[in-house]
Design a protein around this ligand. Structure first.
Ligand code: ADP
Ligand code: MG
Length: 699
């Protein structure tokens, strides 16, 4: 082994083209697998392993087995049928096997001469007379030769176009040679490795690519082998550190001191028809403290659907306003933004607080007026969709950014909005609200750059939503039930879902349902909203529904987030099997907001798969968003739960948040240790695993 010193090149800067067999073309193909350096290759881990060391006697073979066998060639011949082929029969004394090749050369034929010992690996198939293997991997044995397969399990890598298993194995053999030369530093100090029981990096990599033949396969296949866990650990640690760094860097910047004596908040609370819950009060207090400190708040508020996050947002905004600053509220849909504007104006206009609305759909003149109101400081609060950071918006004094229902936005949008408010080297405070609660351990990794507050209490008097699942063959019955409920003074939603997020198709489906329902329930007032309608077309319908003039609202999932009509107490969801649990829970959260008994009918189509049954059962049995999120996570994995748009943050090479969850508490501890005791290791670790991707935010 070559001693490591500062002149040893590091694997991250050695291109794959140094390897034998990698030209320009192969380099491009490897690049598509995310492999462009020797380091990438070393971190390209096997997805499975095979034990080829164990030989199976030919007499014990059965069709379908993937096995290693060894035998002596009895005879080899070229056959001319419809296709030319090479047939070689081998025997080990217990039975015979035919090796069949369609592509072969003359050299291959003569090498498989009578009496030669051959070792093969492949799938056993039933042939006409004998069992056979088609194009097995094989190796001719020299007398006394010991094969690599006998010492190691054989790794299987994810292959790519033009990058075959054997290519990868041969490249890996070369890469492991570099590894032995010391091209990868162990970035985890010995004390940390020992504390968490992690093997050294070089050892770990060598054993994942070449596990000794006696390594238990199930350990490897479940990714529980210490060598694999060591690599997962390092990757998760790098991600965690990059977010922590982001957060520390942000804290270095000044933020406006939003001091107030709570006069506006007090006025607002006084005119509310209900007292706020203890949980709302606690979270408000946490936010107040952040806002009065000189570094930018980065706080995530998690609260189940209906827990009253809007009130908390308003309280935070009022603190900014009272301190002489502006607040911006970003909502994921125009519908929700519109609803916020209506509520905020109703609550705040009497207090002299001016609320602006920035919608992508405003007329040019209106937009100009709004922009002027914001840049002049005449407007104190602005509500909008992502148009808020896309359009030419200039704030006079932005002190606080609130992102509502953040799971609908990506990390990048959140950070972009924060950049937008940057002024004189300082950043506005940021409050992020979500109804998609994620388990704490996962939050530590996904949101390691944020502080977290939880509104863990619903306002009193909420009756749980009773939920049933019915097949849509009982549609008529369901329609009858909706009719009866509406005639008794209740209001209902009828939600149409689609697999693809195509609002065109969803709008069409909703239109058809509305027509059918109008025909069957002619005495009801039926409204329709979908994402293809302009906000000014949608608003009157929503308002009429809110005032109780519409009995039944047919809608697409545009109403999923935030829509708040407390008198609505019945919801029918068509094709619930198409949505994730968290999304269904959000939708269902539109009912059960008043004190009235509410119900939800999940009207599924056709026969449900076992998995779909399980998922719907979770919703029937629970109304607790945290529990539902946990189940959703188990059933679908974190990529889906956190929203695909966020995966920019959560793209791992090796780790899997679901599979490796149990490591997360240790990751947080190791990160703190490293930051305290080995701060110089932090950057190289982040660079190794995340590289340029860590730069978003630009702080
Ligand atoms: P979410 O957390 O889902 O955004 P909202 O803020 O929309 O919830 O609140 C849901 C409903 O509960 C609204 O009608 C709101 O006015 C009402 N609400 C909020 N806080 C309370 C409270 N403390 N007591 C009673 N009702 C409340
Ligand atoms: Mg809300």
């Amino acid at each position: 082994m070559v001693a490591r010193d500062s002149t040893t090149p590091q694997a991250g800067s050695i291109p794959v083209t140094v390897l034998k067999g990698v030209g320009k073309k192969m380099a491009e193909r490897l690049d598509r697998l995310g492999v462009s350096t020797v380091r990438d290759l070393l971190f390209y881990l096997p997805v499975r392993y095979q034990n080829r060391a164990r030989l199976v006697a030919l007499g014990a073979l059965r069709p379908g087995m993937m096995v290693s066998v060894q035998g002596e060639v009895l005879h080899t011949e070229v056959k001319f049928g419809r296709r030319r082929m090479l047939l070689s029969t081998i025997s080990d004394g217990t039975g015979q096997l035919v090796l069949r090749f369609f592509h072969f050369g003359a050299a291959q034929k003569s090498a498989l001469a009578r009496g030669v010992q051959v070792r093969c690996f492949g799938e056993v198939r039933a042939g006409a007379n004998f069992l056979e293997m088609i194009h097995p991997e094989y190796h001719l044995l020299q007398p006394g030769e010991v094969l690599a397969e006998e010492q190691h399990l054989t790794p299987l890598y994810r292959v790519g176009e033009g990058v075959h298993q054997l290519t990868l194995r041969s490249l890996m053999a070369q890469a492991l040679g570099y590894l032995r030369d010391g091209v990868l530093n162990d970035l985890l100090p010995g004390t940390i490795r020992r504390r968490f029981g992690l093997p050294p990096l070089t050892e770990a990599l060598a054993s994942v690519h070449r596990p000794p033949a006696d390594t238990p396969l199930d350990l490897l296949d479940g990714f529980r082998h210490p060598a694999q866990r060591r690599l997962v650990f390092e990757e998760l640690l790098a991600h965690h550190l990059s977010l922590r760094k982001l957060r520390t860097a942000l804290r270095q910047h000044p933020a406006p001191l939003l001091k107030s004596d709570g006069r506006l908040a007090g006025q607002f609370l006084e005119q509310l028809p209900f007292p706020i819950t203890a949980a709302q009060r606690r979270v408000w207090k946490e936010i107040r403290q952040d806002l009065q400190s000189p570094s930018p708040m980065q706080r995530l508020v998690q609260g189940d659907v209906g827990s009253g996050k809007t009130i908390v947002a308003v309280l935070a905004a009022l603190q900014a306003v009272e301190a002489g600053f502006q607040a911006a509220v970003m909502a994921p849909t125009e519908l929700l933004a519109g609803q916020h504007v209506t509520n905020f104006r109703r609550w705040l206009a009497p207090m002299g607080v001016e609320v602006a609305w920035l919608s992508g759909q405003l007329k040019a003149a209106e937009k100009k007026a709004m922009q002027h109101a914001l840049s002049s400081g005449q407007a104190h609060l602005v509500v909008g969709t992502h148009a808020l950071f896309q359009e030419q918006v200039i704030f006079s004094q932005l002190g606080l950014v609130i992102v509502d229902e953040q799971h609908r936005f990506g990390v990048h949008q959140r950070l972009a909005l924060r950049e937008k408010g940057r002024s004189q080297g300082g950043y506005p405070h940021q409050l992020i609200m979500t109804a998609t609660p994620i388990p704490r351990t996962l939050a530590m990794t996904a949101y390691a750059d944020l502080d977290v507050s939880v509104i863990d209490e619903l306002p009193p008097g909420r009756a749980p939503v009773s939920t049933v699942a019915l097949p849509d063959s009982r549609r008529d019955e369901v329609i009858e039930r909706v009719g009866a409920a509406c005639r008794a003074g209740r209001q209902a939603y009828w939600v149409c879902t689609l697999i693809e997020e195509s609002e065109v198709l969803a709008a069409q489906a909703a239109g058809e349902s509305a027509a059918l329902l109008s025909e069957k329930l002619p005495d009801l007032a039926i409204g329709l909203v979908h994402g293809r309608m302009k906000p000014q077309e949608r608003a009157p319908v929503m308002d009429a529904f809110k005032r109780g003039e519409i009995d039944l609202l047919v809608a697409t999932t545009v109403i999923e987030v935030g829509v708040d009509v407390p008198n609505a107490s019945l919801m029918i969801i068509e094709n619930p099997e198409r949505l994730g649990l968290a999304q269904l829970h959000q939708l269902r959260g539109r009912v059960g907001r008043g004190s009235r008994e509410s119900s939800c009918v999940l009207m599924y189509h056709g026969a449900l798969s076992e998995a779909a049954h399980q998922r719907l059962a979770v919703l029937r049995e629970s109304g607790d968003g945290f529990l539902i999120a946990q189940k959703d996570l188990q059933l679908r994995g974190p990529g889906d739960v956190l929203g695909t748009r966020q995966t920019g943050l959560l793209q791992f090479r090796i780790a899997d948040l679901q599979r490796d969850q149990d490591l997360l508490p240790d990751i947080a501890k190791a990160a703190s240790l490293l930051l305290e005791q080995y701060p110089r290791q932090v950057m190289p670790l982040v660079e190794r695993w995340i590289g340029e991707r860590s730069q978003y935010g630009g702080v």
